[in-house]
Design a protein around this ligand. Structure first.
Ligand SMILES: *Cc1c(COP(=O)(O)O)cnc(C)c1O
Length: 514
């Protein structure tokens, strides 16, 4: 009696009527028309903007761009149409971006995204699967696993290995060092760090990596409770590769001081020079000393697709764990990376059972919940982007693209080396970065660091080119990161001519100070 009464009163409420008005906001039933309309408007607008943008950057100064953005309203009370919104953001959010697909956007490890991946993003975003538990991503879970299997195979791992997609190199490096730390503490001290925290000997634990390793090694050490000072820096040789003689020397010193090295990080593609540490030699040293070998191949890992340079990765299969990024040389939209683990069992150091998400009974019936392998919970289905790209572009063209950018880098290094007033720091680039400097012969009073800094700034604020700067042994240098396979030597020659021209103008300032 009571029950019937309740049911009736619920039915009488006009909930169904009023919820209709929200239909247009979701991709479902009748609202698919509204979805298609919005997507079409956006895609037409993007095509229009990309065709209109002539330079890699609008050239707007930070303050003028800030002021423009400051005027933009971040909400509308009544809501508005896509047309009105696109119109309002045209000059700022659309026309004032770095045009990353432009041939003269050559600054960072920041890639133009493949169109195949942009299409995959639409699918990912529409279903919005969450990779933490199987019941939020049934098909997606298995595809991610398949993509991981493909990667493990390509990197030379066997069937014991496992892996997971990550938000990028930072998270992959962190995960590798976390597992290295916990596996060491378990083996050496019998301490379960997850439950008991760090053992009392933690202040003696050490991580080794080259002085050119990525800063996220130190950042991970600090987040892992070991502190940045637990990272021992190993010297590099003239090609910016880790020097194994210095590594052996440092290991002896640590031994004398009764310190406890437990992890060695090799870099496969350093940020400035793209240099690749001697992987096989380091693997042998790691084995001898019982160290966990983590290879940070965020940048260089893409060579698994190269036709000509794949052998540079020789030895990587001996690593205990590997970082690889797809939002760099694999041309994926941000974010997309993976963490690979030689002995998949060791993911147990990350595992926590939450009754609502990954109960142990799931494992009994063969359901995989990928949260068990990740430091994230809710996680994007980024594996689909790589899948679309590998299928649509094909591994042949993928390899050709990567090889082309390496060829471009070596041609450009050779060209710059032949220019007057220009010095190339890495004449024979390992991957596709070139570090160089404008070095006219001038009196000591001219600050060439300032001149080089101003050249980079000038090119950005005139919108002529987006290039990077870095400091090598106290000298400010300019840097090309040549990820874009559409960039030609001609484009670089134009940038170099601009550098020269503007550099000469800068020198005038020093000759005739105002
Ligand atoms: C880019 C990069 C990282 C950091 O990766 P994110 O994807 O930016 O988090 C770490 N190591 C190396 C060598 C890199 O090139």
């Amino acid at each position: 009696m009571n029950f019937a009464f309740k049911a009736e009163s619920v039915e009488n409420r006009p909930i169904n009527q009023s919820s209709r008005q929200y239909d247009n906001f979701f991709l479902h039933g009748e609202s698919t028309e509204s979805y298609q309309h919005i997507v079409q408007q956006v895609s037409e607008k993007l095509a229009e903007v990309m065709n209109k943008l002539e330079d890699p950057y609008s050239g707007k100064s930070p303050s003028s761009l800030y002021q423009e953005l400051n005027k933009l309203s971040v909400f509308s009370y009544e809501g508005e149409s896509i047309e009105s919104l696109l119109k309002d953001i045209n000059d700022t959010l659309l026309m004032s971006n770095i045009h990353i697909a432009h041939q003269k956007s050559v600054a960072h490890l920041h890639c133009p995204p493949l169109v195949s991946a942009l299409a995959a993003e639409m699918v990912i975003n529409a279903f919005n699967p969450s990779m933490d538990s199987w019941d939020q991503s049934p098909a997606a879970t298995y595809l991610e696993q398949e993509m991981i299997q493909w990667l493990l195979h390509r990197f030379g791992y066997d069937s014991e290995a496992d892996g997971v997609f990550t938000s990028g190199g930072t998270q992959s490096n962190y995960t590798g060092l976390l597992i290295a730390r916990d596996s060491f503490c378990k083996k050496i001290f019998g301490v379960d760090v997850q439950k008991q925290g760090l053992p009392k000997q933690f202040q003696r634990m050490r991580i080794l990596c080259s002085e050119d390793a990525h800063f996220t090694v130190k950042k991970s050490a600090s987040q892992l409770g070991l502190g940045e000072e637990s990272v021992v820096s190993i010297r590099t040789d003239k090609n910016h590769r880790l020097c194994t003689a210095d590594l052996n020397r440092k290991l002896e010193e640590l031994d004398k001081e009764q310190l406890l090295p437990f992890a060695l990080v090799a870099t496969c593609g350093t940020t400035d020079f793209g240099s690749i540490d001697p992987l096989s030699d380091m693997a042998a040293i790691a084995k001898k000393h019982g160290l966990w070998l983590h290879v940070d191949a965020a940048f260089g890992g893409a060579l698994i697709l190269s036709h000509q340079h794949r052998s540079k990765l020789r030895g990587i299969e001996k690593a205990d764990s590997i970082t690889v990024d797809f939002h760099k040389l694999f041309y994926q939209p941000i974010s997309c990376g993976a963490f690979l683990l030689k002995n998949g069992e060791e993911f147990r150091y990350l595992q926590h059972h939450a009754d609502y998400l990954n109960p142990e009974e799931d494992e009994e019936i063969g359901i995989v919940n990928l949260v068990n392998k990740s430091v994230q919970t809710t996680r994007r289905f980024d594996a689909l982007k790589l899948f679309f790209s590998l299928r649509m572009v094909g591994t042949k063209q993928y390899g050709d693209m990567i090889d082309h950018t390496l060829f471009l880098a070596s041609s450009a290094a050779c060209y710059i080396d032949g220019m007057v007033n220009m010095k190339v720091i890495n004449v024979d680039p390992e991957l596709n970065t070139i570090v160089f400097r404008f070095v006219p012969s001038v009196s000591d009073t001219v600050d060439l660091n300032q001149v080089n800094r101003n050249i980079q700034k000038h090119l950005l604020y005139t919108g002529k080119a987006v290039l990077a700067k870095t400091t090598i042994k106290g000298e400010v240098c300019l840097k090309f990161t040549l990820l874009n396979p559409r960039t030609k030597l001609e484009d670089l020659k134009e940038i170099l001519a601009d550098i020269h021209e503007f550099g000469e103008l800068e020198l005038e300032k020093w000759r005739f100070p105002v």
